[in-house]
Design a protein around this ligand. Structure first.
Ligand code: CO
Length: 410
């Protein structure tokens, strides 16, 4: 069971170079489990359904009017390099295209990798067509050590504008001509993202680790969709929301600060004929699990971690707490999830950052703030966060699915 599940995650990661592909993949898994694709929230909601919006998707499994909500949120986007709208460059005979840096990219990790291109093209009718070219078409070559003599003392210094444009030929067509040849669509505009074509792999002398691009945060997207797809009906209604744009602040119609989740919460309340007062009661009794990967302790940099709150691989998902509310987890939320985890036989760890090392944030505090539904931050511990290729324990993702399954059922 565990092995099958992990391979389904590896397949997911390989199939999903962009948020658009995550949404498509989520739809495929959910459709296979009887969830109905809808294009609008204005009609009656199907008992099990989902709505896709570009790089975001919200899915639900309705319970009874007397029940509360169990929400799981995660983000579909990962830091990466994106082809600019006017990308074509010729430099000293090399064909290049210009890229824009999306989110907090570890720039060095993109050097000397064989890169594919994926995303979507939008035609004159406004229709989107996904594409993914997984054969290597581009590369960002690192400068030779002989031409960068100070690198050993100074470290690698990369200029974000000058040093990150890939080469992709010597007499290449325009990028749009190439897009037409690979998609068959006359693109008026496009979203085109670079990605490392190396597939997900198990690593370690006993394959203890999983190495892949985009573990942050597709591990959580995959786990949430697996948990929802296998959910049994109960009094409670379940919602999984996968938002785009978390890596750049969540402020968009597809981001966690947008209306996607609040709209479905309110439409479910309409369908359950809940009055204003009953809606407040429901919010108070509901829980949101905000799933986003955590930092595992790095053996070469142990001093960067709070020693008593430093998660290890394959020791279970980490509860993430932060007194300054960068994470939403309260003592009440931590206690609830600990009970859920104990019942599911899933070990939990705790992540708290050092006082002199500010932590990132997640969609948890945003959901907590805007909906008034208490959120709990949780995540699989990993290394190399925001690298083009990240690493986590190979047992933790399956434990996260079990935890989420019991969170929904509880
Ligand atoms: Co993340």
């Amino acid at each position: 069971m565990a092995e099958i599940a992990l391979h389904s995650l590896m397949h997911w990661l390989d199939q999903c170079p962009t948020p658009f592909h995550v949404v498509k993949r989520a739809g495929t898994v959910l459709s296979g489990a009887g969830f109905v694709a809808t294009t609008s929230l204005s009609d009656d909601l199907p008992t099990k359904g989902y709505l896709s919006l570009d790089g975001a998707v919200v899915a639900w499994h309705l319970g009874k009017p007397s029940g509360s909500l169990r929400i799981i949120g995660a983000h579909t986007d990962s830091p990466n390099l994106r082809v600019r709208p006017n990308p074509d460059l010729i430099t000293a005979g090399w064909s290049q295209f210009g890229v824009e840096i999306y989110g907090g990219v570890l720039l060095n990790s993109w050097l000397d990798r064989d890169l594919g291109v994926a995303g979507r093209v939008v035609d004159a009718a406004g229709d989107s067509h996904l594409f993914s070219v997984a054969s290597p078409v581009a590369r960002i070559p690192q400068l030779a050590i002989h031409l960068d003599r100070e690198i050993s003392e100074r470290g690698l210094v990369l200029d974000r504008q000058q040093h990150m444009n890939p080469v992709w030929g010597l007499n290449a067509p325009s990028f749009k001509e190439w897009l037409l040849s690979v998609t068959g669509v006359h693109a008026v505009a496009y979203d085109a993202h670079l990605f490392d074509v190396t597939p997900a792999q198990l690593v370690g002398n006993k394959q203890e680790f999983l190495a892949s691009a985009r573990l942050d945060n597709q591990v959580s997207c995959w786990a949430a969709v697996e948990a929802l797809a296998t959910s049994q009906s109960s009094d409670n209604s379940y919602i999984v929301v996968l938002n785009d744009h978390e890596e750049v602040g969540s402020e968009s119609s597809r981001g966690a600060a947008g209306p996607l989740l609040s709209n479905i919460v309110s439409r479910i309340a309409d369908q359950h004929s809940l009055s204003g007062g009953a809606r407040f009661d429901r919010a108070e009794q509901s829980w949101c699990l905000s799933a986003d990967n955590a930092h595992a302790i790095h053996p070469n940099y142990t001093e960067r971690h709070e020693p008593l709150h430093a998660p290890r691989p394959n020791a279970g998902p980490a509860l993430k707490l932060n007194g300054n509310q960068r994470y939403a987890t309260s003592a009440r939320g931590a206690a609830h999830l600990t009970t859920v985890a104990n019942e599911a036989n899933v070990p939990l760890q705790t992540f708290v950052s050092r006082n002199n090392m500010p932590c990132g944030s997640t969609i948890g505090p945003i959901t907590d703030t805007t909906l008034g539904i208490e959120a709990i931050d949780i995540g699989v511990p990993q290394l190399s966060m925001h690298s083009a290729r990240e690493m986590c324990g190979s047992e933790d993702p399956v434990m996260l699915v079990k935890l989420m399954q019991n969170f929904l059922a509880n």
